[in-house]
Design a protein around this ligand. Structure first.
Ligand code: GMT
Length: 378
């Protein structure tokens, strides 16, 4: 198939999933066209089967806001015609599903038919999408998609609760390349990061308020009072300064390593013992899955789709949002006993196997085939 993929090209989970999906589909023989405003960060390799088309929005002084959706729709029309794209898979409803629908309508005028698959990722529904300013447009674009998927059962439930949805929503969970996040990392340079006796705690996110990074710091502060430990913080975002200040006030700056944005998540996870994800809302928690695939136990909140990934008492523990004391207690329970830590680490890897990309990507292929055949009949 010739598939067009629209996504945010940033470090956010939806862009990562879209990129990894495109790369795996290309390995399975499909021709993939990424259409977005920057080359996706995890898209390192372009090839015969993987193409990237940049959407540019010319600056014009009259515009206070540059009309990205319009530029995207036009680019989609051009790319579908030029490359004979058979299906468009858009990740994150805002504004991608809306722009794709406009492109589809424009193409229809010329007798070209291209169906749209929309994948809902989380904040496009829970945080941003349900805002009254966007809600009618988001509901409209979901209802007008030819197929809709959500990355967890919890996100599907939220979508049906928050919007008036007439379309079927299939749950296709996020996936992981288990070879990349191997528990036998060849070049794991743990000694560079911490002493043997120190436990390594990691948090990876775009440091937005929804991630509750202040809880990460509080839990780590409590942990390091009891056992020697280091905290690895990966990512950039609006909370960074506040967190640095919090660490300074608590006197733990020397125990916290700020990595900033990184494309070497697998390398950082290879020397981690415990992953913290205390988010306010989280439709899935791809970062937790990446940790688990690297044999890292997870202490998380029990919000949204996280319980579908991190299994309480098996791969880690879940606590109510903001319950720093419970998270600390659970973290220390795992970390204080070496044998127990090893068991949780092994369990985490085992749970991650359920999300093997070889099991999940064919589900998307089946949806494309089904959508194309249904649309051809109409
Ligand atoms: O929350 C983020 O870090 C980014 C955001 C995105 O859309 O890029 O992530 C959402 O999609 C990810 C991939 O499906 C999910 O793993 C995250 O749980 C989800 N984030 C939230 O729901 C807050």
């Amino acid at each position: 198939m010739i598939i067009g993929i629209v996504c945010y090209p940033t470090f956010g989970g939806s862009g990562v999933v879209a990129t990894e999906l495109g790369l795996e589909l290309s390995k399975r023989g499909h021709e993939i066209h990424f259409i977005t405003y920057n080359q996706p960060v995890r898209l390192e390799l372009l090839s015969n089967n993987v193409h990237y088309h940049e959407v540019t929005v010319p600056e014009y002084p009259l515009f206070h806001y540059q009309p990205y959706e319009l530029a995207l729709s036009s680019k989609l029309v051009d790319m579908v015609k030029l490359h004979k794209i058979e299906i468009l898979h858009v990740h994150y409803a805002i504004p991608h599903a809306y722009a794709a629908y406009m492109a589809k309508k424009m193409l229809q005028e010329e007798g070209i038919f291209v169906p749209i698959v929309t994948t809902l990722h989380g904040t496009d529904i829970t945080l941003v999408g349900s805002h009254p300013f966007y809600k009618p447009a988001v509901a409209f674009s979901i209802n007008k998609s030819d197929a809709v998927t959500a990355v967890s059962q919890s996100l599907k439930d939220d979508t049906l609760r928050l919007f008036d949805i007439k379309n079927e929503i299939s749950v296709v969970p996020n996936f992981i390349d288990l070879d990349k996040y191997s528990n036998n990392f060849k070049d794991c340079q743990r000694a560079m990061m911490a002493k043997d006796e120190e436990r390594i705690i990691t948090h990876i996110s775009n440091l937005r308020p929804v991630k509750r990074v202040k809880d990460v710091i509080s839990v780590f502060y409590n942990i390091q009072k009891e056992i020697p430990a280091k905290l690895m913080l990966v990512g950039e975002g609006p909370e960074r300064e506040k967190i640095e200040l919090q660490c300074l006030k608590l006197g733990i700056l020397d125990k916290v390593i700020f990595f900033g944005k990184s494309n070497e998540i697998d390398k950082i996870l290879c020397f981690s013992d415990l992953f913290l994800l205390p988010s306010e809302t989280e439709s899935f928690g791809l970062a937790a899955l990446e940790a688990m695939a690297s044999s890292v136990a997870v202490i998380s909140s029990n919000t949204g789709g996280i319980p579908e990934v991190n299994i309480h008492g098996v791969s880690g523990f879940l606590s109510n949002v903001g319950d720093v004391d419970d998270m600390t207690k659970n973290a220390l329970y795992i970390l204080k006993d070496k044998k127990r830590l090893e068991t949780f680490k092994a369990n985490a890897r085992k749970e991650a196997l359920k999300f093997d990309l070889h099991k999940i990507v064919p589900q998307y292929e089946a949806i494309y085939i089904d959508t194309l055949s249904k649309c051809l009949v109409l």
